[in-house]
Design a protein around this ligand. Structure first.
Ligand SMILES: [Zn+2]
Length: 524
C-alpha cells in the first residue's frame, strides 16, 4: 500500500516534469532553431504518452480493497468496520471477508443465462404460450391452500420459523405423502442424522418405504444427485448447513447462503424439481441470512404462533403462484400437523356469559375471512400510561386511541391499554380497527358487548368508518357462524336485509360507539 503510494507520487512527478518540458520546448521555439524545438517536443510527447497510463494503472491498483466488512444480516459491503450496519440498522453484524478475484467469485453458469437455463430470445407478448403450471398435492389441504393450490413443479419454497415449531414435521409429512403418491421425493438432511429423521417418521407413523433420504451438505453434490434421481420434490433441511465449493467461507454465512440458494434455484428452474428449503429465523423473527434469499425464491412461508400452543399457523409472506398473506391453520397432534377444518372456531373463546372488553372481529387473511376474538383491558395507569398491542401494530393502536378521543369522546389518556388478539394470530389488515376501539370502549366503561355481535371496518383519522374489501364475504362468514348483530361500514352494507340478522351500518365512529353501547344495554 505504502510502496504503491510512493510509486504513484513518483510517476506523478515524472508526468509533471514532462509537461514542464513540453511547455519549455514550446517557449524554446522562439529562442532556438525550428529543428531542435521539434526534436525536444517529440521526445517529451512520447515520454508523456508512456508514463501517463502508469498513473491510472497505479491508482486503480491502489483503490482495490482486498477485504471488506460484510453485513451478516443484509449482505451489504462496507469499506470500514462499524458497530451498526448503515443499510439495515443491525448491530454487530459486520464481519471481515476477503474478496476473491471477480472471475472465481461466482460459480460458473453451466446451464446458460436465461430463465430455466434456456438461451434467451426476443418475442412479442401475444406469441408467448400460456402454460398452466402443474401442481402437486402435499397431502395436507391447508398446506396446499397456503401454497396457492398445491406445489408448483420447478418452484422454490422457503419455509421459516422458530426451532421446534414444526418445519421438519410438516415437510416430512409432505415428502412421505408425495413419495407414496407416485411422485418421487428426496429428503436431504444437513441438520439431523438419517436415523433421527427415521425416528421422527416412525413416531409420526408415516409410510417410510418410498421416501428417499440423504445426509449431505455440499450443494454441488446435492445438485448432482438430484440431476441423476430427478425427483418431483426435494426437501433441503436447512439452508444454513449447506455450502458450495466455490466459496471458502464457513456454512451459514451470508455469501454461502446466497450462493447455495442461487445454485439450487437455478437447478430447480432447469430441472422442474420443486424444492422446499428450510431456513432458520433470528430472534426478531426474520429469516437468518441475507434478505436477497427472499427475492430469489418463488414462495416464502412463515410459521406463526407460539411453539407451546396447540395450533400452528403458516403464512405466505410472498407467493408467485398464489395469494400473499394466505393463512393456513394447523393443529399439532402426536401424529404431526393436521389441518383445522373450521379455523374461525379456534379463535373464538366460548364463555358462558358476555364479558367487558371482548369482541369478535371479522378479519380476512389471504383469500379467506376469519372470525377472531379481540380482547382489551383498559385500567387506571400508575405512572406512565402503557399501550401494549399483541397481534396488532402498536403505532396503529396509538393512532386509533387518539381518533377515539377526538371523534368518539372517549378519553384514555390516564389509562393503561392492553389489546390482545386471541390465539397468537397476527392481524395485518385495517378491517380490525373498529373492533379494537369497541373492545377498548367496552372495557373502559365496564359494559359487556353481546356475544352475538361481530364487527369489521376501518377507522379514518377524521373519525369516519371506511369500507374494507370483501365485505359481503365477511358478512357471510359471520352469519354462517350464527352471529345475530353485525356492525359494519355503511359502504359495506348489503342491498337487501338479511333474515334473522340485525345489520347495523355506521358512517362515523361516535355512531358505532353509541350503537354498540345501546346493544349492550338492550341485552343487559
Ligand atoms: Zn446490514
Amino acid at each position: 500500500m505504502f510502496l504503491s503510494l510512493f510509486h504513484a507520487i513518483s510517476v506523478h512527478f515524472v508526468f509533471l516534469f514532462c509537461i514542464f518540458l513540453q511547455v519549455s520546448s514550446l517557449r524554446a521555439k522562439i529562442k532556438f532553431g525550428e529543428n531542435l524545438c521539434k526534436k525536444l517536443y517529440f521526445h517529451t510527447a512520447i515520454a508523456t504518452f508512456f508514463t501517463h497510463p502508469l498513473i491510472y494503472i497505479d491508482t486503480t491498483q491502489m483503490s482495490k480493497v482486498k477485504t471488506v466488512y460484510r453485513c451478516e444480516q443484509c449482505g451489504t459491503d462496507h469499506p470500514k468496520w462499524a458497530g451498526q450496519c448503515s443499510e439495515c440498522g443491525e448491530w454487530n453484524s459486520l464481519l471481515e471477508v476477503t474478496l476473491a478475484p471477480a472471475t472465481t467469485h461466482r460459480a460458473q453458469p453451466k446451464m446458460g443465462g436465461g430463465y430455466a437455463g434456456q438461451a434467451a430470445t426476443i418475442t412479442t407478448l401475444n406469441k408467448v404460450s400460456v402454460s398452466h403450471e402443474t401442481r402437486l398435492a402435499t397431502g395436507i389441504g391447508e398446506f396446499d391452500r397456503v401454497l396457492g393450490g398445491g406445489l408448483v413443479t420447478g418452484s422454490v419454497v422457503l419455509i421459516g420459523g422458530d426451532p421446534g415449531i414444526g418445519k421438519s414435521t410438516i415437510l416430512l409429512q409432505t415428502a412421505t405423502h408425495m413419495a407414496a403418491a407416485q411422485s418421487s421425493a428426496l429428503y436431504v438432511t444437513g441438520e439431523e442424522s438419517l436415523s433421527q429423521v427415521a425416528l421422527r417418521a416412525h413416531r409420526l407413523e408415516l409410510p417410510t418405504e418410498h421416501l428417499k433420504v440423504m445426509a449431505e451438505t455440499c450443494v454441488e453434490r446435492i445438485c448432482e444427485v438430484l440431476a441423476q434421481e430427478r425427483p418431483a420434490v426435494a426437501i433441503l433441511d436447512s439452508i444454513q448447513t449447506l455450502y458450495t465449493e466455490t466459496l471458502q467461507s464457513a456454512p451459514g454465512g451470508v455469501s454461502q447462503i446466497r450462493e447455495s440458494a442461487a445454485l439450487l434455484t437455478r437447478f430447480a428452474k432447469n430441472s422442474g424439481t420443486a424444492l422446499f428449503i428450510v431456513g432458520h429465523v433470528t430472534k426478531e423473527g426474520a429469516l437468518a441470512g441475507p434478505r436477497v434469499l427472499e427475492h430469489m425464491v418463488d414462495c416464502v412461508l412463515y410459521f406463526e404462533g407460539q411453539s407451546d400452543s396447540r395450533y400452528r399457523m403458516i403464512r405466505a409472506v410472498k407467493n408467485r403462484f398464489g395469494a400473499v398473506n394466505e393463512l393456513g391453520v394447523f393443529g399439532m397432534t402426536d401424529k404431526g400437523l393436521r389441518e383445522v377444518a373450521n379455523p374461525s372456531a379456534i379463535f373464538l373463546s366460548r364463555y358462558d356469559e358476555a364479558i367487558p372488553g371482548s369482541i369478535v372481529m371479522i378479519s380476512r387473511e389471504g383469500t379467506r375471512p376469519l372470525l377472531v376474538e379481540v380482547q382489551a383491558l383498559v385500567d387506571d395507569a400508575h405512572g406512565q400510561p402503557r399501550r401494549v398491542a399483541l397481534g396488532l401494530e402498536q403505532n396503529r393502536l396509538n393512532m386509533l386511541l387518539a381518533v377515539m378521543h377526538r371523534h368518539g369522546g372517549v378519553q384514555t389518556s390516564g389509562q393503561d391499554v392492553y389489546v390482545n388478539v386471541v390465539g397468537g394470530l397476527k392481524i395485518t389488515e385495517t378491517g380490525s380497527d373498529l373492533a379494537v376501539l369497541l373492545a377498548c370502549a367496552s372495557s373502559l366503561r365496564g359494559k359487556a358487548l353481546p356475544q352475538q355481535l361481530a364487527v369489521f371496518g376501518e377507522v379514518g383519522l377524521s373519525g369516519e368508518i371506511r369500507p374494507v374489501p370483501n365485505g359481503q364475504e365477511r358478512l357471510k362468514e359471520a352469519i354462517k357462524h350464527g352471529f345475530k348483530y353485525i356492525i359494519l361500514p355503511r359502504g359495506n352494507a348489503p342491498q337487501k336485509p338479511v333474515p334473522n340478522v340485525q345489520i347495523i351500518s355506521v358512517a362515523r365512529l361516535h355512531e358505532a360507539l353509541t350503537e354498540a353501547m345501546n346493544l349492550s344495554e338492550e341485552l343487559a
